[in-house]
Design a protein around this ligand. Sequence first.
Ligand code: ATP
Length: 615
Amino acid sequence: MGMVDLSKREVWQRFIREGILDQGRIHHRIEESWQLCRRYNVNPYDGKGKVVLEPPLLLERKQKNRRLLQLAVPVLEKLQKLIQETKSLLLLIDRDGYVLYANGHQQAIKKAKAIRFTEGVKWTEDEVGTNAIGTALRIQEPITVVGDEHYSVASQQWICSATPIYNEKKELVGAIDLSCPINSSLLQDHALATVVAAAYTIEQRFQLQKKEDLLELFKYTHHIPNPHSPVVICDCHEKTVWMNHGLRAFLPNLTDQPLESLCEQKWRIQTKKPIHSAVDGELIGYEVTLQRTAVYPQTFYFSAPSFHFDGVAGESEVFAHVLQSCEKAAKTETTVYMTGETGTGKEMLARFIHQNSNRKNKPFVAVNCGAIPKELIGSELFGYAEGAFTGAKRTGHKGKFVQANGGTLFLDEMGEIPPEMQVALLRVLQEREVVPIGGDKAIPVDVRIITATHRDLYKLVQEGKLREDLFYRIYVYPIHVPPLRERKEDIPFFIEHYCQKHHWTVTFSDQLLQLLMNYHWPGNIRELLNVLERIRVEYGTHLPSVSQLQSMLVAWNQNKEKAEQNQALSYREKIEKERMMNVLQITNGNVSKAAATLNISRSTLYRKLKKYQLM
Ligand SMILES: Nc1ncnc2c1ncn2[C@@H]1O[C@H](COP(=O)(O)OP(=O)(O)OP(=O)(O)O)[C@@H](O)[C@H]1O
C-alpha cells in the first residue's frame, strides 16, 4: 500500500466505471475487498454511515461488550496524547462492526461527523465499502487503508489502520482503529504499529482477567454449602474449574474438562445457575448440580433390558466385563465356574445369573462345601433315605440337589469336597439323578450348577486332590471375579451404596477416600463393608481422621492375621494357647510362675509363647 498517488486514483476510477481491475497495482486485500463491495452493490459515490444505533440500542450493545470496554478503554486512553498531537481519531469497535467508543482531536471528530463516523455507527464493508475496520474484522488481520483505497468516496480523505482483538479463548471480540485525515503528520506505519501494540496489551488483559475470574470462582466455592449432591463449578465457557467432595469421589482431578464430557460419564445436569462477577457483573461461570444417571440397583442394558443386577456395578471396565459374561451365562444352561478371592462377590453373581435365567422362578440353593464337616457333605448334597442311619429322621432328608430341582445349585468352596464325595458328585452331574444315602431309588434332578472357589482347582488336580474328570465337568464356563484392588474406581460407589442403605449422611474427604482407594483390601468387598460398618458404629457422623483410619486398617489386618492363625491351629493347640494366656494373666506376666503353674520348663514356655505369637 503505497502513498496516495494519481495512479491509484486511476485504478479506482477504472474499476468503478468499467469494472476492470489492473492486476498488481494495489494490495491484494484491497482488490479482494473492492470485488466484494461491487458484489454487495455498495455505492462508491456515497460511503457515509447508514446505521447509527439509537442511544438505548447503543447502550445495550455496550452492555453486551462491557468486558471489552472495561479492558480496552484504559489502554486506548493512554494514547490520548498521540491522538491530540496527530489530530487523529481512535475507535473501539465490536465484532459486528459497531463503533462502541470514539475519542479524538476536535478537528478529526468534526470531519468524521460529516460522514457519520461516530459512536454507534456500523462500519462494515457492506455498509460503507472497503475500510480498515470492516476489512480487518473480515480478514482478521491488521490492515491500513489509505485514501483512494477506500471503496467509497466518503472515506477517501482518510488514512485508517485497524487490527482485530481476541479474547483469552482466541475468539474475535472486536477491533481498534486509528484514523486520521490524509494530510496528517502521523505516519501510516506508525499508526498500524500503534493499534497492533494496543490490541496486544488488551489481549494480555483478557488473559489476566481470566485468572481473576478463576480466583473469584474459587472464592465463590467457599459459600457453597456442603451438600451431598455433587456440585461442579465451571467457567463461562463451561469448562470445569472445581468440584465438591460429592463429585470428586467419583471423578478425581477432573478440571478443565468440558461440562458435557461429565455428562458422557453418566452424569446429568440437574440445575445450572449462572455466576456473575461481583466486580463488574460479567457472567464468569456456572454452579452446576449433577445427578448420577446410572445408580444402583443398576439395570444393564447389554442386550436385553431385563438384565438386572442388585449390587454395585461401579464403573470399572473389568467388572462390566464380568457382568457381561454373567449375562451370557444366564441365557444358557451352561455350568459356570467362578474364581476369585474371598469376598469378591462370587455368590452375589451366582444369584445374578440365576435371577436372570429361565430358572428364576425356581430355587437358588447355595452350599458352602467348606463349612460342612466332611462326613456330612454327602447327606447334605444328596440327602438320605428314611432310616438310613441311626438317628436319621424317619422321613429322610432331601439333599440340596433335590431342593434345588428346577433351579440353580451354587457350590461354594468346591475345592473342599473330599475325594469319596467327588465320585458321587461326578455321577450326579453325568446322570442327572441322585441316589440318597442309604436309598436305592434314583431321583432325577434338573439343576444348573455354578461352582466357586478361591483356590486354584487345577493345582488340586495336579496334586491329586481333585479328580480330573470332575474338574472338566465343572470347568465349562469360567468367570474370574477381580479383587477389589483391581477395580479401585468402584470403591466410591460401594461407599455411596453403603451410606444410602444405612441412611448415613457423611462426606468422605479426598484424603480418606484416597486412603480407602489405595488400601489393598485382601478381604475385598466383604472387608470394605466391614470397615465401613466399623467407622459408622465408632464415629457416627464425625468421620475418623486420616491417621485414625490408617491405624484402624492396620489394627484390622493384625486382628485378621491373628484370627487366621488361630484358624490354622488345631483344637488341642487352641486350648493350650487359651490356657497359657489365662495363666499369664493370673501371674501378671511372670513367666517363671506361669511355667511352674503349667508344669513346663521356662524354655518350653518361651518357645510356645513365640509359636502362639504371645510375645
Ligand atoms: N457388587 C456388589 N454390590 C454390593 N455388595 C456386594 C457386591 N459384591 C459383593 N457384595 C457383598 O460383599 C459380601 C461378599 O460377597 P459374596 O459372599 O458374594 O463373596 P464371595 O466371593 O462369594 O465370598 P467367599 O468366597 O468368601 O464366599 C457380601 O456381603 C455381599 O453382599
